[in-house]
Unconditional design. Structure first.
Length: 390
């Protein structure tokens, strides 16, 4: 019975450590590429599961005085974690009937519960059972190979758990939409590159789902063809894209080359995985990303403003609608300098540079109806307006 209890304690310690590492890996951390000093709080929180794992390993094989001392130290350290959390709670003031009084604020996440369940209770358990003469669990010395294999399995499991927690947030469909073409990185999580789709597997979403925040998603292995920014050196050959279904909610076909405007997973640990979320971004087939590629190639306007967009018409039947490019189509642009008429090129793209800043209206024919776009634009900015042709 004693051995069974001690094995159960070891198993719970390993599971608890894995859960806490997954929580730390899922919780947002410093910006990607931040200095090592910014990662100190993350490493400090990892001390809890690391000591718990060390305590479990020592409990498997040793029952010497230094092992008892180690477990006693672990217990005291857990008490210190709990005390430090209780004394570091920021004071929060509340107002009631015109009178302010101090309240209690509980910061999240905190090391309070893991300090209790992963340090105080296990540390006290190993110390008491060791002093009471309970037998060791493993009589032979554990090999380095076995230890490494167990730690590797634990690492894989905790990374998978952290990724699953991040995917739970992605399920809600957080939008990263960039309304206008960009010429520079929009945030530390953004990565922009060109990739070839190697395959597709459904991640979630029934085949009869409708447009909703939780609609059908796929995960797609892809090989990077060209990178602009945001890819660390270990992701510059192979990535995994999280992508929503397109027309008819189908996955992008194998072999398609896409322009990718992706976001890394936000967790402290998961951000190092080669996984990029593309929901509600400018990601799309490279053949339809002429504007994005053109803007990235040219950079920001040297003077005035730049307005460009596609000329296209909607073809096909529901649910397989698609936009067909309409080259050599006139577009009218009314702005501070009057009316400008421009013709789209063979790619179905019109592009006007050096315009004066100010208010603009754009349509295929401004005289025949309501403008398709209205906006104010400042000097040095780029604005996209797609014009549909009926």
């Amino acid at each position: 019975m004693k051995s069974l209890i001690r094995w159960a304690a070891v198993l719970l310690s390993f599971l608890g450590s894995g859960w806490w590492i997954a929580e730390v890996g899922y919780a947002p951390g410093p910006d990607f590429g931040a200095r090592w000093s910014a990662w100190v709080p993350v490493f400090r929180r990892l001390v809890i599961p690391i000591l718990c794992l060390a305590s479990s390993y020592i409990a498997l094989q040793y029952r010497s005085w230094w092992a008892f001392l180690f477990h006693a130290t672990v217990t005291l350290l857990g008490v210190w974690f709990a005390y430090a959390w209780l004394t570091s709670k920021p004071e929060e003031w509340h107002r009631y009937q015109g009178v302010e009084f101090p309240g209690v604020a509980y910061p999240q996440p905190s090391p309070f519960l893991p300090a209790i369940f992963l340090l105080i209770i296990p540390g006290a358990f190993w110390y008491v059972t060791g002093r009471s003469g309970w037998p060791v669990l493993v009589s032979k010395r554990i090999s380095v190979t076995t230890t490494s294999a167990v730690l590797l399995c634990l690492l894989i499991t905790t990374v998978a758990g952290a990724a699953a927690l991040d995917l739970r947030i992605i399920w809600s469909g957080e939008c990263h939409y960039s309304p206008e073409p960009f010429t520079a990185q929009l945030g530390p999580q953004q990565a922009v590159f060109v990739a070839r789709i190697l395959g597709a597997r459904k991640l979630w979403g029934p085949y009869d789902s409708h447009w909703s925040p939780g609609w059908r998603r796929y995960w797609l292995p892809a090989s990077v063809q060209k990178q602009f920014w945001g890819l660390p050196w270990w992701d510059r050959k192979f990535v995994i894209l999280l992508m929503s279904g397109r027309g008819g909610e189908a996955a992008p076909p194998r072999g398609e080359i896409d322009f990718v405007d992706g976001r890394r997973l936000p967790g402290s640990l998961t951000r190092f995985l080669p996984i990029y979320e593309t929901f509600c971004t400018r990601t799309g087939p490279l053949a339809d990303s002429e504007i994005d590629m053109r803007v990235l190639r040219d950079g920001p306007p040297q003077s005035g403003v730049r307005i460009l967009g596609r000329t296209a018409r909607l073809t096909g039947d529901y649910p397989n609608y698609r936009w067909e490019k309409m080259p050599s189509t006139n577009v009218e642009i009314r702005g501070p300098e009057g009316l400008t008429t421009v013709e789209s090129d063979p790619y179905g793209t019109y592009d006007v540079r050096g315009l004066a800043p100010g208010y603009y209206e754009i349509a295929h024919s401004l005289a025949s109806g309501t403008p398709q776009c209205r906006f104010n634009i400042s000097s040095g900015e780029i604005h996209e307006c797609d014009v549909s042709i009926r």
